[in-house]
Design a protein around this ligand. Structure first.
Ligand code: NAD
Length: 510
C-alpha cells in the first residue's frame, strides 16, 4: 500500500465538501488534484478557495506564505486520466449510489492497484458502493463534516469487504490531517446521523403532543448544554434535509418504529416551511420577526417549611443537595421552630431523587407522569445544568392542590432554577431526549457500529454535543436511564422506547 503521508490525492467533486477536503489535504502537504464532471467547476472551486484563504490572510488569521503553498499544491484537472498517480481518491460527488459506483469502477481502471478509494458519502452503504469493484477491500468511507476545515471529526466507515489495513491507513491519515478519527461500521446513518435522530424526534413528538412551545423546548435543551435547541437547529438545517435524513434512516432500518419520521415535520415540508432558508419554520425569520421569548428567571423567597428532606443518592442527588444548601445558606427555614431538627435532612436510601416538603414531593422525573405518582407531587427535568442557564422543565400532578403547585414552582426558583411549566408528559424534555440519545448510542455499540469512546467523540465533535452519550450514562446511571425508557415504553406502547439490550445488561452491573 502507498505511503499515504506523501501520496498525491485526487478529490472528485468540487462542491462544498470536495473543496474543503482539497484544502485540508493541501494544508497537510499533499499535492491535490481536484476534478468535477461539470466543466469549469474545479477551477471555480479553486478560485473561491483562493479568495477565502486570502481574505483570512488579510484578517491576519492565516500566514501568507502558508496559504500560497497550500494553493500551489491544488490543481484543477479536467480529465480523470490525469489522475493516474493518485495514491488516494476522496470522492465527494452527488449522493447517488449509481453515480458513486460508476465513478469508482471507472477509477479502478485508471489508478494503481494500491491506491485507496475513499467515499465521503453521508448516507449510502459503503458495502453497496464497493459492490462491483475488482478490489472492494480498498474502498472505505471517509466521512467529513461541514465545514471540512473547521469540523474535527472524520468517521472512517468500513463496509463488509473493507480491508482493516485500509481503514487503519485512513484513520491514521485523518489524524495526520489534524482530525479526530473514529471507526464505524457501515450501517444506516453511521454514528453521528444515527445517534442524533432522537434529538430531533423527541422534540417533534413533544410538539405533536402539545407539551410545550418550540421556544420552551429549545430553552430547556440549551440549558442542558446544547448550543442550539432542536427547533432552531432543524430550522437551520432545513426541514426538507432533516426530514429526508430521518426518512432514509427509517427506511434503511426496515421501518423500525424507533426511527419513524414526524407527521408534523412532514406537514411543514409539504407546506414549504423549511426553516431559515424559506423564511419560516418553527420560528419566523423576517427582518422584523422577534424570536418568541420564554418567561424570565424570577428570584423567589423560600417557601415556609420546617424541614426539607432531600431524597436519593448519586451525583445528581448530590448536586441538588448542594443547591439546597446554597439556597438555605446558614439560615433556618422560614418557619422552623427554635431548636427544631436540622432544616435540611437527607435520605439516601430513597429510590427517587428530589425534595419532600411537608409530605409533598418535588421529584426528578423517572419517566412517569407526576399524575401517576400521586396528588401533591410535581416532577422536574434532568438538571444537567452544564451552563449558567437555569431553565428547567417541570410539571405538577393534575391532582395537585393549587397551593402545592404554586409552592413547587417557588421551590425550584429558590433552588436557583428558572422553571418552565410544561404538560405532564412522561420523561419531560431533557431527560427523555438524553435517555433516547444514550439508548441509540448503546444500540450502536451493541451492534458493533462503533465503540463507546468513538460514540462520545463523534457526538461531541460531529454535532457539538456538550457531552458524549456514555458520559451522560456514567453521570445518570444505567438503572435510571432504563427505568425512564421503560416508563415511556409502558406509557406509549410500541417499539419506539424499547431499551437497548446493552443498556439492560448494564443495569445488572450497576
Ligand atoms: P455539492 O452538490 O456541493 O457538490 C457535488 C459536486 O459533485 C458538484 O460540483 C457536482 O458537479 C459534482 N459531481 C456530481 N456527479 C459527479 C461525477 N459523477 N463525477 C464528478 N463530479 C460530479 O455536494 P456536497 O454537499 O459537497 O456533497 C458531496 C458529498 O458529500 C455527498 O456524497 C454528500 O452526501 C456528502 N456530504 C455532504 C455534507 C454536507 O453537509 N454538504 C456533509 C458530509 C458529507
Amino acid at each position: 500500500m502507498n505511503d499515504l503521508n506523501n501520496a498525491p490525492v485526487l478529490v472528485v467533486g468540487a462542491g462544498i465538501m470536495g473543496a474543503g477536503i482539497a484544502q485540508v489535504a493541501a494544508q497537510a502537504g499533499h499535492s491535490v488534484m481536484l476534478f468535477d464532471m461539470r466543466d469549469g467547476a474545479a477551477l471555480e472551486a479553486k478560485d473561491k478557495l483562493t479568495s477565502s484563504l486570502n481574505a483570512l490572510v488579510a484578517k491576519g488569521k492565516l500566514n501568507a506564505d502558508a496559504v500560497a503553498q497550500t494553493l500551489s499544491r491544488i490543481s484543477a484537472i479536467s480529465s480523470l486520466q490525469e489522475a493516474a498517480a493518485a495514491g488516494l481518491v476522496v470522492e465527494a460527488i452527488v449522493e447517488k449510489l449509481e453515480a458513486k459506483r460508476g465513478l469508482f469502477q471507472q477509477l479502478e481502471a485508471l489508478v494503481s492497484a494500491d491506491c485507496i478509494l475513499a467515499t465521503n458519502t453521508s448516507s449510502i452503504s459503503v458495502t453497496a458502493i464497493a459492490n462491483g469493484l475488482q478490489h472492494p477491500g480498498r474502498l472505505v468511507g471517509m466521512h467529513f463534516f461541514n465545514p471540512v476545515p473547521l469540523m474535527k471529526l472524520v468517521e472512517v466507515v468500513s463496509g463488509l469487504q473493507t480491508d482493516a489495513a485500509v481503514a487503519q491507513a485512513i484513520f491514521a491519515l485523518s489524524q495526520a490531517w489534524g482530525k479526530v478519527a473514529v471507526h464505524a461500521r457501515s450501517t444506516p446513518g453511521f454514528i453521528v446521523n444515527r445517534i442524533a435522530r432522537p434529538y430531533y424526534a423527541e422534540t417533534l413528538a413533544l410538539l405533536q403532543e402539545q407539551s410545550a412551545t418550540p421556544a420552551v423546548l429549545d430553552a430547556c435543551l440549551r440549558a442542558a448544554g446544547f448550543r442550539m435547541g432542536p427547533c432552531e437547529l432543524m430550522d437551520l438545517i432545513g426541514h426538507d434535509t432533516n426530514f429526508s435524513v430521518t426518512q432514509s434512516v427509517y427506511e434503511a432500518n426496515f421501518f423500525d418504529k424507533r426511527y419513524q419520521p414526524s407527521l408534523m415535520q412532514r406537514e411543514m415540508v409539504d407546506g414549504g416551511l423549511l426553516g431559515r432558508k424559506s423564511g419560516q419554520g418553527f420560528y419566523r425569520y423576517a427582518a422584523d420577526a422577534a424570536k418568541p421569548a420564554i418567561a424570565a428567571a424570577q428570584a423567589s423567597p423560600m417557601p415556609a417549611a420546617q424541614s426539607l428532606w432531600l431524597h436519593g443518592r448519586g451525583p445528581l442527588a448530590d448536586a441538588l443537595h448542594a443547591a439546597c444548601e446554597r439556597a438555605l445558606g446558614t439560615e433556618r427555614l422560614p418557619d422552623a421552630d427554635a431548636g427544631a431538627a436540622p432544616a435540611l435532612l437527607r435520605d439516601e436510601s430513597s429510590e427517587w431523587i428530589g425534595l419532600e416538603i411537608k409530605g409533598c414531593q418535588l421529584r426528578m422525573t423517572d419517566g412517569r407522569c407526576a399524575s401517576q405518582l400521586g396528588a401533591d407531587v410535581a416532577v422536574f427535568d434532568l438538571p444537567l445544568q452544564t451552563t449558567q442557564d437555569t431553565v428547567l422543565a417541570w410539571a405538577p400532578s393534575s391532582r395537585a392542590s393549587a397551593a402545592w403547585t404554586a409552592q413547587a414552582e417557588q421551590w425550584l426558583q429558590a433552588l436557583g432554577f428558572n422553571p418552565q411549566r410544561v404538560a405532564d408528559t412522561p420523561g419531560l424534555v431533557v431527560a427523555r431526549s438524553i435517555a433516547m440519545l444514550v439508548n441509540e448510542a448503546a444500540d450502536a455499540v451493541h451492534q458493533g457500529v462503533c465503540n463507546e469512546a468513538a460514540a462520545d467523540a463523534a457526538m461531541k465533535l460531529g454535532v457539538n454535543y456538550p457531552a458524549g452519550p456514555f458520559e451522560w450514562l456514567a453521570l445518570w446511571g444505567a438503572v435510571p436511564v432504563c427505568q425512564l425508557l421503560d416508563a415511556l415504553d409502558a406509557f406509549y406502547r410500541g417499539e419506539r422506547y424499547r431499551a437497548s439490550p446493552l443498556l439492560r445488561q448494564r443495569t445488572w452491573q450497576d
